[in-house]
Design a binder for this molecule. Structure first.
Ligand SMILES: Cc1cc2nc3c(=O)[nH]c(=O)nc-3n(C[C@H](O)[C@H](O)[C@H](O)COP(=O)(O)OP(=O)(O)OC[C@H]3O[C@@H](n4cnc5c(N)ncnc54)[C@H](O)[C@@H]3O)c2cc1C
Length: 285
C-alpha cells in the first residue's frame, strides 16, 4: 500500500483519481481501526493533514458558516462561531464520544463514513447544510438531505472527497438543539433528535425535526413538522406529533437497542427537545 501526504487539494484529487481504491486519511479514528481489523485494505492512503484549505472555518458576512473537512469535532463543537439554527451542529459535535475522539475525528471523515448512528448527519439535515465535494474534474454541492443515501453510503462518487460543509444562517430567531440517547456517555446514539425551532408571538414559525439512529439515513419528519407549524406547541400537540412519528420511523434491532425500544423512546426524546427549546426561546424573549 502506498502512502501520500499532498500539500494541495489539487494534488490530493489527482492522487485519488490516479489510484483505484485509494482512501482519504483524515483523523484515522475509524479508518485505521478498520485497517487493523482487516475490514478494508485501500491500495493507497491519501493523507489530508497538510492541506490548509481543509482546515479552515469561519463565518461569511451573510451569516453562513463554513467548516473545512479536516476540522476536528472539538473545533466544530467549541471553537466555531455558530448562531441560531447552526448551534444544532455544534451541539452534535460536542455529543460525539469523548475528548480523545473529538480531538482526532474530523467532520469530513465522519460524514463520508456515514455511520447511521453518528451525530453529525441528523444535525446537518436539520440545519439545511450543504456539503461541498470535489474530484479531479471539479467541485459540486450536495444538500445534506441528499448526501446520506443508505447504510454507510453517501452521494460521493468514486475519487470524490468531502471538502467543506456550509451552514446557512437559518430562520430569524431560531434555536438549534441536539439530544442524544446512548447506553453510556460517549457511546454512539441509540436515538438522537436534531431540532431547529423558531417561534413568533407564541406560535411556531419554523420547525425541523430530524431523527438519527433509527434507520439507514437521518429521518426528517416533514409531515409532522407541517402539523406543528402555526400552532403553539402545547403538550397535546407535541404528544400527537410523537404518535405520528412512531408510524413514520422504521428502526431496526441492533447491538445497542431493539427496534421497539427505539420506537418507544424517540417520541419522548422529541417531546423533550421541543418543550425545552420552546421554554428556552420564551425565556430569551
Ligand atoms: C471509540 C470511538 C467512538 C466514537 N463515537 C462516536 C460517536 O459517539 N458519535 C459519532 O458521530 N462518531 C463517533 N465516532 C466516529 C468518529 O467521530 C469519527 O467521525 C470517525 O472516526 C471518522 O472521522 P475521521 O476523521 O477519523 O475519518 P477517518 O477514520 O480518517 O476516515 C473514515 C472514512 O472516511 C473516509 N474519508 C475521510 N475523510 C474523507 C473526506 N474528506 N472525503 C471523503 N472520504 C473521507 C476514509 O477514507 C474512511 O473511509 C467514534 C469513533 C471511535 C473510534
Amino acid at each position: 500500500m502506498s502512502y501520500f501526504r499532498p500539500d494541495t487539494l489539487a494534488n490530493a484529487l489527482d492522487l485519488l483519481a490516479g489510484h483505484e481504491d485509494a482512501a482519504c486519511l483524515s483523523g484515522g479514528a475509524t479508518l485505521v481501526a478498520m485497517m487493523n481489523a482487516d475490514l478494508v485494505s485501500p491500495s493507497a492512503l491519501v493523507s489530508l493533514a497538510d492541506i490548509p484549505e481543509l482546515r479552515q472555518a469561519g463565518r461569511h458576512k451573510d451569516g453562513t458558516v463554513y467548516i473545512g473537512a479536516m476540522r476536528r469535532h472539538r473545533q466544530t463543537a467549541f471553537e466555531t462561531d455558530m448562531r441560531g439554527s447552526q448551534t444544532v451542529v455544534s451541539e452534535a459535535a460536542a455529543a460525539i464520544a469523548n475528548p480523545p475522539v473529538r480531538n482526532m475525528g474530523t467532520i469530513g471523515g465522519s460524514i463520508a463514513f456515514a455511520d447511521p448512528a453518528a451525530d453529525y448527519p441528523p444535525a446537518l439535515v436539520a440545519a439545511n447544510a450543504v456539503i461541498e465535494v470535489a474530484s479531479a474534474s471539479g467541485r459540486r454541492e450536495i444538500p445534506a438531505a441528499e448526501f446520506f443515501t443508505d447504510w454507510y453510503e453517501t452521494a460521493l462518487a468514486p475519487s470524490e472527497m468531502v471538502t467543506k460543509v456550509t451552514l446557512p444562517p437559518g430562520p430569524s430567531g431560531a434555536l438549534g438543539r441536539y439530544h442524544k440517547l446512548a447506553r453510556v456517555s460517549g457511546d454512539f446514539a441509540i436515538v438522537s433528535v436534531a431540532l431547529v425551532l423558531a417561534m413568533a408571538a407564541g406560535a411556531c414559525v419554523h420547525i425541523a425535526i430530524v431523527i438519527g439512529g433509527c434507520g439507514p439515513t437521518p429521518a426528517r419528519l416533514t409531515e409532522v413538522e407541517a402539523e406543528l407549524v402555526g400552532g403553539d406547541l402545547a403538550d397535546d400537540a407535541v404528544a400527537k406529533a410523537g404518535a405520528a412519528l412512531a408510524e413514520v420511523l422504521d428502526p431496526v434491532d441492533d447491538v445497542r437497542a431493539s427496534a421497539d425500544y427505539r420506537r418507544k423512546v424517540a417520541p419522548r426524546l422529541i417531546a423533550r427537545a421541543i418543550t425545552e427549546a420552546k421554554a428556552e426561546l420564551a425565556s430569551s424573549g
